[in-house]
Design a protein around this ligand. Structure first.
Ligand SMILES: C[S@@+](CC[C@H](N)C(=O)[O-])C[C@H]1O[C@@H](n2cnc3c(N)ncnc32)[C@H](O)[C@@H]1O
Length: 277
């Protein structure tokens, strides 16, 4: 992040609060904080989990291309649906967890033009690719990218108007904790929206979607990336709970479910909820 970014995580001693300055008074958050006053977000001790972050560091340079190819170009439209699901709570600030190369963060900033957006991820390699994209888009001033673990988000309670996670909750080791953290940092009643892949189970085209996941994704992924990480993708998708079960896990984390939408013949689901805590 550049030194001039208003969403910058400044170099600071460990444990010191992370100050996110707000340019325009866009926070209609009822926090009592005067318009223009800095949004102070306490940062917990850095708890970067290695495993999946390291794995994505290796994939990072090829991640966007592989994503487009392996999702048959559908991922773009799915992210758009996730972004639309936030309206009208999108005055911001908005949080995108496991933001990777920042596709969702960018889409949020473009869709909600006054909102500040923060993206967090454990992979510094993915965030580096994301920063290049922010620069190319001229959106560095409105989007901040920070290394942080979904299981210990370095923000105060109710810091954000809404929180999203796309294709990331599957990778978070303690899923319940990750969901509870998203709920905690979102203002009461604010959207908490999850987009995630899953084993296609229902519908006449589900067998084709399953064949794509189990036969095409690992082979093409390994071939294009020269690595075995896309076997992990297949296995983690197959292990992910069925939509009803995952929706229950969201409820247990304090998120009231509004709707669950099946996408791509059940290859993905959009879970739209609201923070209750
Ligand atoms: C499949 S990518 C999704 C990236 C992006 N959200 C997108 O829509 O393309 C999964 C991301 O989750 C991140 N991740 C894995 N475990 C994480 C954790 N515990 N906390 C935060 N991010 C995590 C990975 O580094 C990776 O960037």
């Amino acid at each position: 992040m550049s030194d001039t970014s208003p969403l910058e995580a400044r170099r600071r001693p460990a444990g010191a609060p992370l100050v996110i300055e707000e340019a325009a008074p866009t926070l209609a958050d009822g926090s009592g904080r005067p318009a223009g006053a800095p949004l102070v977000i306490e940062e917990a001790a850095p708890t970067l989990a290695d495993g999946s972050g390291r794995m994505f560091d290796r994939i990072a340079p090829r991640y966007d291309l592989l994503n487009r190819i392996l999702s048959l170009g559908l991922d773009h439209g799915w992210r758009k649906k996730l972004v639309r699901a936030l309206a009208p709570a999108a005055a911001g600030p908005l949080l995108d967890v496991a933001t990777g190369t920042a596709d969702v963060a960018l889409a949020l900033a473009r869709a909600y033009e006054t909102a500040r957006v923060v993206g967090v991820d454990t992979s510094t390699g993915m965030l580096a690719v994301g920063r290049d994209k922010l620069r190319d888009a001229g959106l560095e001033e409105r989007i901040g990218l920070l290394p942080a673990d979904a299981q210990a988000l370095p923000f105060e309670d109710a810091s954000f108007a809404a929180a999203t996670i796309a294709f990331g909750i599957r990778n978070v080791p303690d899923r319940a904790r990750g969901l509870a953290e998203m709920c905690r940092v979102t203002k009461r009643g604010g959207p908490v929206v999850v987009l995630e892949l899953g084993e296609p189970r229902a519908g006449v085209l589900a067998p084709f979607a399953r064949a794509h996941l189990h036969a095409v994704v690992p082979r093409v992924g390994a071939w294009l990336s020269g690595a075995d990480e896309y076997r992990y993708l297949e296995a983690s998708v197959a292990r992910f709970p069925a939509p009803e079960e995952f929706a229950s896990q969201m409820r247990a984390a304090g998120i009231a479910i509004e709707r669950v939408e099946s996408l791509g013949f059940g290859a993905a689901h959009l879970y739209v909820g609201r923070a209750r805590a």
